[in-house]
Design a protein around this ligand. Sequence first.
Ligand code: SF4
Length: 440
Amino acid sequence: MSKSYTRVASRRSETSFEDFKKAYTRALAVAESNRCLYCNDAPCIEACPTKIDIPEFIRKIGTDNVKGAARTIFTSNILGMSCARVCPVEVLCVGDCVFNELEAPPIQIGKLQRYATDMAFEQDWQFFRAGKDTGKSVGLVGGGPASLAVAHHLRRKGHACTIYEQRDILGGLNTWGVAPYKLRADSAMREVEWLLSIGGIAIETGISVGKDVSWAELEKRHDAIFLGLGIGADQWLEIPGADLDGVEGAVAYIERLKTGEVSLKDVRHALVVGGGNTAVDAVRELLGLGMQNVTMLYRRTEEEMSGYHHEWDAAKVEGGRVVWRSLPTKFAGKGRVERVSCTRLDTSRKPIKGSEFELESELVLFAIGQEKLADTVSGLDGVKVERGCIVVDEGGATGRPGVFSGGDCTNGGKEVVNAVAEGPAAAERIDHFLRGGSHA
Ligand code: SF4
């Protein structure tokens, strides 16, 4: 049975979404595997941040050794199931498959990885055991992909781990931030449970370190600390009417959709402000919930948008609209937003006089970035913060002995696979420190 920190509500708006990439049957998986050229110096491996031996696991699927394929995947990427679903493979492994140069369809690496890892969970295959107890303990702050990956590696080395998470459930972005047509919260929880089944990882949820537990107390409890803080709340434009009901942060909205219910009652038009991946996800999610009129408002051009173009192309096919080079200047309505005043911008992103226009909108989502969590670590002397990110060396060491960090709070917010990729190196460094080696 699920533990409370992996249990999500049964009624969630995200359950109305269909999986946008259908799972392979055995026959399709074997057929796709047998197309692979098993390249030497395979570019797909180089393109994968976790360096999974892709031709090796594909070869195993082709010979029906699915358990071996899953072992190969999880050995390099302990969150291989969620990464199979959420990785932007079009710009990573699949994008670099040699078939692209041959003008033939690239191998569907993500779908093959999903086939093997799904079967591992169905069959409850276990590949890893905790190491012999070292008597050392590590406190990991944040319960997202970075901390989970580091904790799992540390357990294989025999160190006790405790994860402190301020929410009630674990998983970080995989649970509350990933588009539901890629990964649902209950699937993310299944992966967390599988990962924690290695044993020896204690969980404390509802704990905000620095408030509920002081940093000094945490350092007293543990021999080393890992900061996997993730990234903070949505940023806003402070413009008139931004406090009206119906004006929300996109990340907060997506979290409610994934872990509970959202209502689109009385919402006929929605506006998403931004042009990054969160904005595009929000557009696709609102369309997926059945909204007809969803518009993205972005201050730059299509060529300049930071969101993945393949995702935006899909959003357009699904009915998403856009107004380029524009900004909202005011929200108006009686208690709830009804209208949005906007202005067009010139090439230097200055408002063009006389270009003002108005859009109807009963829901506005800000997707213009998230706050960095630099303030969180102000009680840790020696931990340096630059441009909102914790400064670490290659192994994740901060400037404070015994304190390490990784994931979004150090890289400013990248893919899940980037956070997982840093796990083994950080765990090696922490292990080295715990066994009497130097901190950095
Ligand atoms: Fe197979 Fe493509 Fe990777 Fe070559 S690059 S090993 S064909 S998946």
